[in-house]
Ligand binder design. Structure first.
Ligand code: ZN
Length: 204
């Protein structure tokens, strides 16, 4: 496979790229325990975008609540956008959403109001494509550990990904991929210390 791009995304920073059908994006958690929030849009029609509901409904027969190797990320039209073809972590969340200034104040106190959050990262990147708040939809949280308690409650626990852990995504259509290298420091999704990630795009 030939490398199309190879970048380091600094801690707390956003990133975006168009992934052509057949290309593979490898997201590498360089230092471990780093949540990587991601959104996906049809590169030719942004109104078609990733849907957690369609994705989980399609894999419900296997009673799979998390995303893992062989999971297919589907759009709001039920079509295949991206397929997970390699994964060292074992499971990835798509239900806990992205952190925001607003949710930070509710969960961690009003003094966190001005802390940078994934939602702000997404808005910065979305603006480059003429998109905005109304285009913020359900996202994937790669490397984020979200166990379900016996009472049905979702919690964010210590990440389990190892240094150098990675996930590989094969594009099933041309997709715009938006990423927020999560800046959260109030819960353990980043080990309380946001770190850089590396993103390599290859031609299959
Ligand atoms: Zn976040």
């Amino acid at each position: 496979m030939s490398v199309v791009s190879d970048v380091i995304v600094p801690a707390r920073a956003p990133y975006s790229a168009i992934l052509k059908q057949g290309q593979v994006m490898k997201i590498i958690d360089l230092e471990s325990q780093q949540a990587v929030d991601a959104l996906f849009y049809n590169a030719h029609d942004f109104s078609e975008r990733y849907s957690a509901q369609d994705t989980l409904a399609a894999q419900a027969a296997g009673e799979k609540f998390y995303l893992e190797k062989t999971s297919v990320l589907r759009s709001n039209e039920g079509r295949e956008m991206v397929r997970i073809i390699a994964d060292t972590c074992g499971f990835h969340d798509t239900c806990a959403g992205a952190c925001s200034c607003e949710s930070n104040t509710v969960r961690f106190g009003h003094e966190t109001r001005f802390m940078h959050a994934c939602r702000e990262n997404f808005l910065i990147e979305l603006a480059k494509y003429g998109l905005g708040k109304r285009d913020l939809v359900s996202n994937v949280n790669f490397f984020m550990n979200v166990p379900i308690r016996p009472n049905g409650e979702l919690t964010v626990d210590d990440g389990v990904s190892e240094p150098g852990g990675y996930v590989e995504l094969l594009a099933e259509m041309d997709v715009l991929v938006l990423i927020s290298n999560c800046p959260q420091v109030n819960n353990p999704c980043n080990g309380f210390k946001p770190t850089p990630i590396r993103i390599v795009i290859s031609q299959g």
